[in-house]
Design a protein. Structure first.
Length: 80
């Protein structure tokens, strides 16, 4: 994108009287496109992270016999 978020706001705030209507609309549309693109990328990353966590499952060390599973006594641990 030719404009970044900060640049667009700088143009709008400091040069509002010098911008013509077309240039202002172009800057707004570019900012909206960039926001949609970043939102899509964020959603894709969240989806991949969720999928990776589901595929990995529990750590094998937690399922080993005679491994203390928490801050409670061995008797309470055995009940689990």
């Amino acid at each position: 994108f030719p404009y970044n978020h900060t640049h667009i706001h700088t143009i709008i705030l400091t040069n509002i009287n010098n911008l013509d209507h077309i240039e202002l609309n172009r800057a707004i549309y570019q900012e909206q496109d960039q926001l949609r693109f970043l939102t899509k990328k964020k959603d894709q990353l969240r989806s991949r992270t969720r999928k990776l966590h589901q595929e990995m499952g529990r750590a094998p060390c937690c399922d080993k016999a005679n491994v203390k599973k928490g801050p409670w006594s061995p008797e309470e641990d055995a009940k689990l």
